[in-house]
Design a protein around this ligand. Sequence first.
Ligand SMILES: [Zn+2]
Length: 93
Amino acid sequence: MQVKYNRPVRTCVGCGREKDKNTLLRFVSVQSHLVLDARQNKPGRGAYTCRSKSCIQAALRRNAFARSLHQSVTVDTNSIYSALQKWNNVSNH
Ligand SMILES: [Zn+2]
């Protein structure tokens, strides 16, 4: 008997599209600072966006991270983007 395997799907808070969780970026709040959870294993509530700066920017404009995380978060976009860059370099092999 085959077990149906449902891939976890999350909604991008930037563009609102639903995608496979593992193709999205996960963000969490650590002491009220938004950080990229590259391995998607940090505890707590996560907010997801596509792997695209435009979705991150859209989410920031709409304050969607704070809304999705149910708390206000401080966002340092430079550190987010540099984490993203680092993670992309690691993943693209
Ligand atoms: Zn998106």
